[in-house]
Design a protein around this ligand. Structure first.
Ligand code: ADP
Length: 652
């Protein structure tokens, strides 16, 4: 057996010698002494003593008062709570003994020491110290155990909380919540009750250790029942056999705990645990754990509700998109299909069952659509697509932030047909009008020749002449447009756009000089020829150049540029004239459209750009405009350098 270590703090070496001699079995003890406080502290640091004997004279020798001595002693005892302390004093006054007991001294021995008193005090103190240490050991084991239990509980809670965020399956989450409630409280049964929609009854949404039939058929009215009371008050209850309360549940229990499930301040159900056999009761600690679980369950139910309502909304939206007559195609940023509705599927013969997520080129074979969808779609754009069956789809693409882009397609075949009928009608009427107008112009010319006319009559004749000229221009434009749209002029050949530009500018030079416009141009050398319809291309250039002249005030500049980029010819007509209001720019190719900033003094029919657009379309080209009001306009025309074999001559 290990020797008992007795540490004696005394200025007197005789004290420790007396101890050694007096103790009945010296081999069972190791007596050590310290004559100063520092020496004592040092020894204690090295090894814990089984008994500390403090001689009061050690302090008085140092010149300390009794108060200082007791202060130091109290401090020593505080720092070594498991070591019993015996005080040696030559003056055991009542006051001193009281003080010593107050600060935790176990026994006092009077000096000179008596061997018998010393032995019994030492043995008693050592035993006491032993018991103290044993108690401390057990206590620390107990608290470590309860700490571990709490850590386990927290871990269990964390697992449930993780399952809530990871799973949208409400059944799974609620079952996990009830399981955890039963595990953490050590209860026999657990249940999660929710209010049944449309009635005032509670039903069991999840349960542990209840029979399936019982769970299925369980219905408990809210009125006059314990769960109902918790639901209405929103406050939890713990009830056991000691609680004088009549428990009204659907079954007999010894103890039960119900915690409300609260969503937005309203209780929607309860989480309960109970014991039918066990006498174990529920504590406040259990209540805290189950309340946390009830919060988890409430969050899960709310999440599920929100998810259900958002997915119902999504389904509704999907149904609408699927059923509408317009085609809708949504692509992501990598041109992969995100959505295609029924109408678009039909239009582009998409038979694939699961086309979503695939690149659009794999799903749709229509080259025009693929080209439109693979263009830079950071800006909205519009175009027309002709389907194999002759139908025409007006297609608009728009970027959708964080998704990609959407293309909507409207069937405008009927409108196109009406447009054609209207154009035919206009052409016929225009044609028939042209002869009488020519006659009128002829007679105006003759009027002055057949006899004298006065100044007033001359002015009137001039006005008639101008008006008839305007009508003739309009009719000519209408006829040109009708012809181009009808596709009468289908003879294509290789044309040098550079030469056409030079010719067109030649005829404008005089006009530009008169208006004091700076008219410049740059044509790239060795431009390849365009395969196209010369008359139409000539008209396109003439209309663009005339517009630039018309809408640029005196002193302005016009610059024309023709060049090649990849497999296309690029024509740019730029002026620093009045520009076009941004909001009106999408309409300028419409027939008869004139922008709101055009003065009535500037003649025009609103057909020039419609003709240009038709010519560009007939040559499978593109046209766009960059313009700011008051800052000029720039029209850019791109014509592809297609080989004749690939060229599809429009016969519209
Ligand atoms: P118009 O016979 O009126 O010139 P167009 O079809 O040629 O008809 O042009 C349509 C409209 O576009 C014009 O009325 C004018 O408002 C605008 N526009 C065309 N070209 C220009 C330009 N270079 N500068 C400013 N506005 C222009």
């Amino acid at each position: 057996m290990a020797k008992k270590h007795i540490l004696i703090f005394s200025p007197n070496a005789i004290t420790s010698q007396f101890f050694e001699r007096a103790l009945p079995d010296p081999s069972a003890y190791k007596v050590e002494s310290a004559s100063t406080l520092a020496e004592l502290e040092n020894t204690l640091k090295k090894r814990q003593a089984d008994l500390l004997v403090v001689d009061e004279s050690s302090s008085s020798k140092q010149g300390n008062s009794a108060d200082v001595f007791f202060g130091q002693l109290a401090d020593l005892i505080d720092r070594n709570p498991e070591t019993p302390v015996i005080l040696l004093t030559s003056t055991p006054t009542k006051d001193k003994l009281n003080k010593a007991i107050h600060i935790g001294v176990i026994a006092c021995l009077e000096v000179p020491l008596q061997a018998s008193a010393l032995i019994s005090a030492v043995e008693g103190a050592i035993q006491r110290g032993h018991r103290l240490r044993e108690w401390a050991r057990l206590e620390s084991r107990r608290s470590t155990k309860s700490l571990q239990q709490r850590i386990d509980d927290l871990e269990a809670l964390q697992i449930v909380s993780r399952s809530i965020t990871a799973s949208l399956e409400l059944d799974k989450v609620l079952t996990a919540v009830v399981d955890a409630a039963v595990e953490l409280t050590g209860a026999e049964e657990g249940s999660l009750l929710l209010l049944e929609e449309g009635s005032n009854n509670l039903y069991m949404r999840a349960a542990r250790n209840f029979g399936d039939d019982f769970v299925r058929t369980f219905r408990l009215p809210v009125e006059d029942t314990l769960p109902g009371q918790v639901l209405q008050s929103g406050k939890p209850v713990i009830i056991d056999e000691k609680t004088p309360k009549k428990i009204k549940t659907a079954y007999l229990v010894r103890s039960i705990m119900y915690v409300p499930l609260i969503i937005q301040g309203r209780a929607i159900g309860l989480l309960g645990v109970d014991n039918r056999q066990s006498v174990q009761t529920f504590s406040e600690y259990h209540l805290k754990l189950v309340s946390t679980l009830a919060d988890y369950a409430a969050i899960a139910i709310e999440n599920a509700r929100l998810y259900a309502s958002s997915s119902a909304e999504r389904k509704k939206l999907e149904t609408i998109l699927t059923q509408i007559a317009d085609g809708v195609i949504v692509l992501d940023h990598e041109d992969r299909l995100v959505m295609i509705n029924q109408s678009a599927r039909k239009a582009f013969n998409v038979e694939e069952e699961q086309p979503l997520g695939k690149p659009i080129q794999q799903v749709v074979k229509h080259s025009d659509l693929i080209e439109i969808l693979s263009q830079d779609n950071t800006h909205p754009s519009r175009s027309e697509i002709v389907l194999e069956d002759g139908r025409v789809l007006y297609t608009q693409t728009s970027p959708i932030p964080e998704v990609g882009m959407v293309a909507t397609m409207q069937d405008i075949t009927r409108l196109k047909e009406l447009d054609r009928i209207k154009s035919d009608f206009v052409s016929t009427v225009s044609h028939d009008l042209r002869s009488p107008l020519t006659a009128i112009l002829g007679y105006i010319d003759l009027m002055e020749r057949v006899g004298p006319v006065n100044d007033k009559q001359k002015e009137f004749l001039h006005r008639i002449d101008t008006s008839v000229q305007n009508i003739t221009t309009l009719i000519n434009d209408l006829l040109d447009l009708g012809r181009i749209e009808a596709g009468f002029d289908i003879r294509k050949e290789y044309v040098s756009l550079a030469i056409l530009v030079e010719h067109a500018l030649e005829s404008l030079k005089e006009q530009a000089r008169k208006k004091k416009l700076s008219l410049t141009h740059s044509v790239e050398a060795d431009l390849p020829q365009v395969y196209g319809i010369p008359s139409q291309l000539r008209q396109m250039l003439s209309n663009l150049f005339h517009n630039a002249m018309k809408y640029t005030p005196a002193g302005g500049y016009i610059h024309i540029q023709v060049g090649r980029e990849n497999e296309q010819i690029i024509l740019r007509v730029e002026d620093d004239g009045q520009g076009i209001p941004i909001a009106e720019q999408p309409h300028i190719y419409d027939k008869f459209y004139r922008a709101s900033n055009v003065s009535i003094d500037i003649p025009g029919t609103g057909l020039g750009l419609a003709i240009v657009k038709s010519v560009v379309d007939n040559h499978k080209g593109r046209i766009w405009l960059d313009s700011k009001p008051g800052r000029g306009s720039k029209f850019t025309v791109v014509l592809p350098l297609d080989s004749p074999s690939r060229e599809q001559i429009s016969t519209k």
